[in-house]
Design a protein around this ligand. Structure first.
Ligand code: FAD
Length: 505
């Protein structure tokens, strides 16, 4: 890492002070710029008005962007958050995921406590759903011994989004919702690497620039990294060929669309499963397939495997549900078929195909449930996610790329961002591993004033299912990025020059 002194960093920032940015925007922005207009909020071709300016600009308001913006603002940095939806929370609110976890510290704990206090958390246990443990239809509890104790908590995704929105407002974050990041403008500081001068966004006011000193890529898919020309590995970049049925193609771990159904009599479902000896509804699925009532690949066999994914998400042989919000209400998974090999991070045609197909799958599954499965007769769809979540998007290459080996060998780092974390890995017989993640995973190569966070952190694809994509960890990495951003601004240095010495959480 090259060094740059405080004066140089501010000097480059000062160079961006012009009210209008012209010329070097990418063609997509140039072409979409509005024709000349008398109103101030319209841009003229080739010119993008600067709508706002801040110390820290966070792109993406999912779990990571939320944590980042709250922490940066609380640390005194003027902070702007940009998200394309009207509420923060990403996969967990707009995408309906709503997974509740015990607080892991910092802002995550605060959020969980607040959700609980305000009454947005629903918990199902063996007392309310005695036959969920060990049931093949359960997304999370299928592997338990039938009758085991369990506790499954979720927060209401809509209310959760509102709580996050309020926490951001209370922290003093200026949030630009319904605002899409489309491009950026780079600058070359006198010393060091390239830097981002401003991000280009679109909202009701048209195409605008937002300037900042430090930027945080919390897009969940490393969109800022890609637009900035920093290196990354695309999703699906290297799954091992150990999966049964493997044909050698690089396939991303599939994304998924979540939806919620209410009015379900789960006792009646269980009664059918037991009485008809049809635990995974195979008989009903066969009948529906024979009658041409469901698409052939709605329920598809799992591809068994011994790698880090085991058989997760690469098959959907039966219902995949979990209690949420209240009695009789369940969240259901519609995962993109693994066999389709869709690249949702970089290919808009693939994304469109997945979005249309998954919504049609939801309708087909809901029809099937109501007409074929006892207990679902009075069921009705209450919501379908507006965010098809991408599990395996771009993996930025940071100053350090965290690997499976780092976790398995409990590698220690002088710039560890947290105290050692302990996680049990399902694909390793539940064995607990203790590991640390270095600050360098937050620093992309080639851009000096950008921080990575959440699902856009620098790690290899095979660490996805260990910890890297969990909701609590994404809020934590957000908080870490927000802290580092505020410190960098306060010290007048880019994040790469900020010396990380002590774990934050
Ligand atoms: C289907 C599915 C199920 C999951 N289940 C679980 C689970 O059970 N438990 C768990 O812990 N984790 C789960 N995860 C993983 C977890 O949800 C993600 O890893 C986590 O949400 C990543 O957080 P993030 O903030 O990095 O990204 P995201 O949650 O993806 O948020 C990114 C945000 O950036 C915004 N954004 C992106 N691009 C732009 C743009 N161009 N302009 C403006 N805004 C933009 C989006 O609107 C979004 O709000 C699941 C993920 C998926 C996809």
């Amino acid at each position: 890492m090259k060094t740059m002194d405080r004066r140089d960093f501010f000097k480059t920032s000062a160079l961006t002070g012009a009210a209008l940015i012209s010329g070097t925007l990418s063609s997509s922005v140039g072409q979409s710029a509005y024709a000349a207009s008398k109103t101030k909020s319209r841009s003229r071709a080739g010119e993008v008005p600067v709508a706002a300016e801040a110390d820290v600009v966070v792109i993406g308001g999912g779990p990571a962007g939320f944590g980042a913006a709250v922490r940066a603002a609380r640390a005194g940095a003027k902070t702007i958050l940009i998200d394309r939806y009207d509420v923060p929370g990403g996969v967990h609110t707009v995408g309906l995921q709503g997974a509740y976890n015990a607080g892991v510290g910092g802002i995550h704990t605060e959020l969980m406590q607040r959700l609980t206090k305000e009454g947005h958390v629903y918990t199902a246990t063996e007392k309310t759903l005695p036959d969920l443990a060990g049931n093949p239809l359960s997304h999370y509890e299928w592997y338990l011994k039938p009758g085991s104790t369990f506790s499954r908590s979720t927060f209401n995704p809509d209310s959760g989004g509102t709580v996050m929105l309020t926490m951001l407002r209370e922290a003093g974050v200026k949030a630009l919702y319904n605002t899409t990041f489309v491009d950026l403008k780079m600058k070359k500081p006198p010393k060091g690497e390239m830097a981002i001068e401003s991000v280009i966004v679109k909202n009701v006011a048209g195409t605008q620039a937002v300037k900042g000193k430090v930027f945080i890529d919390a897009s969940g898919m490393a969109e800022v990294v890609a637009r900035a020309g920093a290196p990354f590995v695309p999703g699906g970049g290297g799954q091992p060929g150990t999966v049964a049925g493997w044909d050698g193609k690089n396939r991303p771990v599939p994304g998924g669309l979540l939806w919620i159904m209410a009015g379900i009599d789960f006792d009646k479902v269980v009664h059918y499963q037991k009485n008809q000896n049809d635990p995974s509804l195979a008989k009903l699925i066969s009948a529906a397939l024979a009658a041409n009532d469901i698409p052939a690949d709605l329920f598809r066999p799992r591809l068994g495997g011994t790698n880090v994914y085991a058989n997760l998400y690469i098959g959907h042989p039966t219902l995949d549900l979990s209690p949420i919000q209240g009695p009789g209400t369940f969240i259901l998974w519609e995962n993109v078929p693994y066999e389709w090999s869709l690249h949702l991070d970089e290919n808009p045609d693939d994304m469109l195909r997945a979005q249309i197909a998954m919504r049609e799958f939801v309708n087909a599954e809901a029809r099937f449930l109501k007409h074929y499965v006892p207990g679902f007769e009075n069921g009705f769809v209450t919501s379908i996610g507006h965010y098809l979540g991408v599990r395996d998007g771009r993996h930025p290459k940071g100053e350090y790329v965290f690997t499976l080996d780092d976790a398995l060998t409990s590698r220690r780092f002088p710039d560890a961002v947290t105290k050692p974390m302990k996680k049990s890995f399902h694909w390793d017989a539940g064995k607990v591993h203790e590991f640390e993640v270095p600050y360098r995973c937050f620093l992309p190569q080639k851009v000096e004033n950008l921080l990575l966070t959440g699902a856009s952190l620098s790690f290899t694809y095979d660490t996805l299912f260990m910890v890297m994509r969990n909701f609590p960890w994404c809020v934590q990495t957000g908080e870490i990025a927000g802290f580092a951003a505020a410190k960098s601004v306060a010290q007048g240095v880019p994040p790469k020059q900020y010396k990380w010495t002590t774990p934050l959480l």
